[in-house]
Ligand binder design. Structure first.
Ligand code: PLP
Length: 455
């Protein structure tokens, strides 16, 4: 058993949590989760929660799987550590081959990292390095979308489009520029026509490239479905137009799939779902279902070409990138995906997940329900007819002060977020089924109904 008082005291005295307002715990317990099983989490008191966020878009196969734990233990016994710095080990080699086999087109070169931000960082460095070696040394700038999150290292944070996350760390890495995202609910243009809006949004990338000078732009970073802001799927034709623009200006298309890869959208990669060919995919999270940390940058054959002969090298790496235990777990994870038809489960159930969540649209506070696969955002509004959003004070009081706390106390772990307009984010483990969708909907309904009364 866990000693509640001792853990609380030690947490408050020593544990610096991430993206956490520690002041919120001055007079309240830190929520401590001690165990997981399937789609559920349990706290120190034994209370059960439905994991509506797969941890943090990570736990694709759910919690408590002994086969994944055993794969980790077996690898730690066999070879616990060896870096990928001029040496290799079997699990990294085999996982690279497996991932390359799943990745679209000629994305055959897998550079492992320890997580998603490092993959983004690696992709920007590769883009710069590649163009320096292929006669376009001025190409170095990056274009990304408003409100998009790409990580916290200074390069990835610079690519991130969330000013409140950046201001405390300015000046960041220069040379990044923002274009509009694909939030159709709040479309600034062509609000009447999804496809026309998508083409407009894609064309803003060409405008940004022209404004900056095509000779200076190296890459555009886009998520298949943008998470921050509350799940913005791409309008039909959006990525096809982006691909044309990238080809026209010789700009690399980086698909940041840290959330969207490994089944979140019912496919191994989001690019596959929406039918576009990136030059680089960045991924992490679900690659191991969270049983060990791992990320990867998957690059096209052409991007590795300059580094394959002579004395040229990509002077970049991480001690723990492609860790033997993590890559062994990744291999087992992907093997289970095939054996247990995890992608098929998402594709078979996603329409039911959508329609279950859409029932909430009858609540006056629910403005929009959007997403794809097992990845949804529910936007909360003050006035449904005008789409008026919360003030900062209302967001604080209602979203964080009430919705977030009460969802958790009612047994649903998910995320309330106002990095953009106020949303509740849902991304359950990929093994979730109708009974879990119903449970989510019931808890959300009860809490959001009461929240509407607080406006
Ligand atoms: C799209 C995207 N890129 C990058 C990252 C950063 O990943 P990590 O936290 O593993 O560094 C995240 C994290 O949520 C993400 O969602």
């Amino acid at each position: 058993m866990h000693d509640h008082d001792r853990l609380q005291r030690a947490a408050k005295d020593h544990l610096w949590m991430h993206f956490t307002r520690h002041g919120a715990y001055a007079d309240a317990d830190v929520p401590v989760i001690v165990r997981g099983e399937g789609v559920h989490l349990y706290d120190a008191q034994g209370k059960r929660y439905l994991d509506g966020l797969a941890g943090l878009f990570v736990s694709q196969l759910g919690h408590g799987r002994t086969d994944l734990a055993d794969a980790a233990a077996a690898q730690a016994r066999e070879l616990a550590f060896m870096p990928l710095w001029s040496y290799a080990h079997p699990p990294a080699i085999e996982l690279a081959e497996k991932v390359a086999g799943h990745a679209p087109g000629d994305l055959n070169k897998v550079f492992f990292t320890s997580g998603g931000g490092e993959a983004v960082e690696s992709a920007w460095k590769l883009a710069k390095n590649y163009f320096k070696l292929t006669g376009k040394p001025m190409k170095h700038k990056v274009i990304s979308r408003a409100i998009a999150y790409h990580g916290t290292t200074q390069g990835a944070l610079s690519i991130t489009g969330l000013p409140p996350l950046k201001q405390q760390f300015e000046p960041l890495v220069p040379s990044t520029f923002r274009v509009p995202n694909t939030n159709f609910y709040r479309a600034p243009e062509r609000q009447d026509d999804l496809e026309a809006f998508g083409l407009w949004a894609a064309d803003q990338i060409a405008v940004a490239i022209e404004n900056e000078g095509p000779d200076s732009v190296a890459a555009v970073f886009l998520e298949p479905v943008q998470n921050a802001g509350g799940c913005f799927p791409p309008p039909p034709g959006y990525f096809q137009r982006v691909r044309e623009i990238c080809d026209e200006y010789d700009v690399l298309l980086v698909s940041d799939e840290v959330i969207c890869a490994f089944g979140r959208l019912g496919h191994m990669f989001g690019a596959e779902r929406y039918g576009y060919q990136p030059d680089i995919i960045t991924c992490a999270k679900g690659i191991t279902s969270g049983y060990a940390p791992l990320g990867a940058m998957i690059a096209s054959d052409r991007l590795m070409e300059p580094f394959r002969s002579g004395s040229e090298w990509f002077a970049h790496g991480y001690t723990f990138g492609g860790h033997p235990v993590s890559t062994a777990v990744g291999l087992k994870n992907l093997q289970i995906f095939e054996e247990e038809k995890v992608l098929e489960n998402v594709r078979a159930n996603e329409a039911a997940f959508r329609s279950t969540l859409e029932r909430l649209l009858d609540l006056p506070i629910v403005g929009d329900v959007r997403g794809d696969g097992y990845f949804y955002g529910i936007e909360l509004v003050k006035d449904k007819a005008t789409k008026e959003t919360f003030t900062a004070e209302e967001s604080e009081r209602i979203l964080f002060g009430f919705v977030s706390k009460n969802l958790y106390s009612e047994g649903l772990y998910c995320r309330a977020d106002d990095r953009g307009d106020p949303v509740v984010q849902l991304a359950p483990p990929l093994v979730a089924t109708q009974e879990h969708f119903d449970e989510m909907e019931q808890i959300l309904r009860a809490v959001l109904d009461k929240a509407a009364g607080l406006i």
